[in-house]
Ligand binder design. Structure first.
Ligand code: SAM
Length: 285
C-alpha cells in the first residue's frame, strides 16, 4: 500500500471508500510524511516496543508505527474506518485493530495480552475533544507506560508544562507533572492536516517518571483536592475544598493544614505547587 503521508494518496483512499469526515470524532488526518517520520522518531520506537495508537484514522501514522515497532494496537471508534484500515494496513501482521471508544477499553488488559504487562508507548494524533480524559485515564488507571507522544492542541501542550502563577496552570498541569516529564517536541502547522483544523497543534512527549517527584500518602485524595481547588479556582482553597464535600474533610482540616504549612487562609489553589498539594493532602487526612 502506498505511503499515506501525502495528500494525493490520502485523497485516493478517501475517494475509494467514499469516506465522509465526522467532525464529532475530531477527524483531522495527517498528510505530511516529514511530520509522521519525526513523530515516530521523537517517540523513540524500536523493534522491542509495543505501541498503542489512539485513533488511527485511515492508518497513516499506523503504517509508520508498524514499520518501526514490534507490535501496534490501534483503537478506532469510527466503524466506517475499519474496512479502510484493513485495506491500508493489509501488509502488516504486527498489528491489531480494535473498533471501540478508547475511553471504554481496558488498556491494562491489552498491555497484558500484547506486551506481557510490560510498559507500552502511546503514540497518537489525538482527537482533541477528549485529550484530557484520554491522558488522565492512562495515568489514573496506572497503565504500564514508558512514554506518551501525542499531537494535541498547542495551548493544551502549554498547559501541561506550566507551574503556579500562570492562568493556564490547573489540574492537568499537576497530573502530568506528577506522573511524567513533559516536553514539546514539535510544533505542527494546520496545513499538515486534512481537513485543516482551526487551532495550532504541537506534539508533546510525556516521559513517565521512574519515581514520583513528590511523595504523598494518598494519591487519590491529593487529586481530589486538586480537582476541588481548580473546579472553583477563583475561591480560596479553604472554601473550594469545603464546598466539594469530600468525605472526612471538614473546613477545619484545611484551615489547620494551611496553618501548619505557614500559608495564608486566603490562598487560592492556583498558587500551590505540586509539593504543597502533596503536603496539604497528608495533613488534612
Ligand atoms: N491518526 C490519524 C492521522 O493522524 O491521520 C487520525 C487522527 S484524527 C485527529 C483522530 C482519530 O481518532 C480519528 O480517526 C477519530 O475517528 C478517532 N477517535 C475519535 N474519538 C475516539 C475515541 N473515543 N476512541 C477511539 N478513537 C477515536
Amino acid at each position: 500500500m502506498a505511503d499515506l503521508g501525502n495528500l494525493s494518496n490520502t485523497l485516493k483512499v478517501l475517494e475509494k471508500y467514499n469516506f465522509n469526515f465526522q467532525k464529532k470524532y475530531g477527524q483531522n488526518f495527517l498528510i505530511d510524511s516529514n511530520i509522521l517520520e519525526s513523530i515516530a522518531d521523537k517517540a523513540g520506537i524500536t523493534k522491542d516496543d509495543c505501541v498503542l495508537e489512539i485513533g488511527p484514522g485511515i492508518g497513516t501514522m499506523t503504517q509508520y508505527l508498524c514499520e518501526k515497532a514490534r507490535f501496534v494496537i490501534a483503537v478506532e471508534i469510527d466503524k466506517n474506518l475499519i474496512p479502510i484500515l484493513n485495506d491500508t494496513l493489509s501488509e502488516y501482521d504486527n498489528k491489531t485493530i480494535i473498533n471501540k471508544d478508547v475511553l471504554k477499553v481496558d488498556i491494562n488488559a491489552l498491555c497484558d495480552e500484547y506486551n506481557g504487562g510490560k510498559p507500552i508507548k502511546v503514540v497518537a494524533n489525538l482527537p482533541y475533544y477528549i485529550t484530557t480524559p484520554i491522558i488522565m485515564g492512562l495515568f489514573e488507571s496506572h497503565v504500564p507506560l514508558d512514554s506518551i507522544t501525542v499531537m494535541v492542541q498547542k495551548e493544551v501542550a502549554d498547559r501541561m508544562k506550566v507551574g503556579p502563577g500562570t492562568k493556564d496552570y490547573g489540574a492537568l498541569s499537576l497530573a502530568v507533572q506528577y506522573y511524567a516529564h513533559p516536553e514539546t517536541v514539535l510544533n505542527v502547522s494546520a496545513n499538515c492536516f486534512i481537513p485543516k483544523p482551526n487551532v495550532d497543534s504541537a506534539v508533546i512527549k510525556l516521559t513517565l517518571h521512574k519515581d514520583n517527584p513528590v511523595s504523598v500518602r494518598d494519591e487519590a485524595l491529593m487529586f481530589a483536592l486538586i480537582r476541588a481547588a481548580f473546579n472553583q479556582r477563583r475561591k480560596t482553597l479553604v472554601n473550594s475544598i469545603s464546598n466539594a464535600g469530600l468525605q472526612g474533610i471538614a473546613k477545619e482540616n484545611v484551615v489547620n493544614a494551611l496553618e501548619k504549612m505557614e500559608l495564608p487562609q486566603t490562598i487560592r489553589g492556583e498558587a500551590l505547587t505540586l509539593e504543597q498539594f502533596a503536603r496539604l493532602s497528608d495533613l488534612v487526612k
